[in-house]
Design a protein around this ligand. Sequence first.
Ligand code: SF4
Ligand code: SF4
Length: 301
Amino acid sequence: MENGKIFDIMKYSIHDGPGIRTTVFFKGCPLHCQWCHNPESQRFEQELMYWPDRCIGCGQCLEVCPNGAVTSEAGKFEYLRDKCFACGACSTVCHAGVRELVAKTMSVSDVMAEIEKDLIFYDESGGGVTFSGGEAIMQPVFLLEVLKECRKKEIHTAVETCGYVKLESLQMISDYVDLFLYDLKLMDTKKHQEFTGAPNELILGNLRWLAEHHPQVIVRVPIIPTINDDEENLSQLGEFVASLRRVTKLHILPYHNAGSDKYRRLGRRYLLPGIQPPDNERMEKIKGQLEQFGLNIKIGG
Ligand code: SF4
Ligand code: SF4
């Protein structure tokens, strides 16, 4: 049995598919979208999130750090990220929550135990479990094993994907997934490369394959003002989705910057500090534009 690298399991979600859901977030993503509100999901390797304002000065971290990544001066404890190799020793002794390892390694039965705690909510609401990330399909063998367990127990499954994955991985899991939530962002491949770190041909090709072979695919588009909400991108995107077999539903998700502080906690810079979330009027206008392609558009997940 494979183990997976999971950075969070969120209960009672109502935005990641039908009904009440448990969302399992996998660590590691092949894209690095500049607006990502889960930057701790992006890297495949373990990381430490650092909340210095919570420090109570007990000094435990200094004692256990094997690599000199904690220093102390006049009772103030500092963190030297470039010396840290995320071993996690400090996070186990820091009871103030200053130092948190982002992900943990979980077995299939660990994940299933969490999922099964809420069976009653899935049954009553028509919900289930959603595998998100990061990119869950980047851990295809582990994901497949969990999906098979869910199928055995008749738990509805959704996979949210950025689509930048090997087609073979998508094909491997497809029969065990009840619903795909497939993200599309930018139709211009150069712009896609600029803002997500990768071109979009693989993403579009995989979506075409999925539309031919899977009955339940919803396309999701984050609306990022000044980056992908222009007339040209929306028209190309609407036309492309409308040309896909069986895909009729498209969800537009307004950008928000709620995750921007996490970049600082991870020692990184948030690249879109000036962008404001779109208001309702703007979202309604975009909805109207996309409806012209005969698609069923919903604002929100
Ligand atoms: S994670 Fe390990 S190396 Fe990094 S600061 Fe903590 S104890 Fe030191
Ligand atoms: S263990 Fe936590 S609370 Fe104690 S000094 Fe280190 S960071 Fe501060």
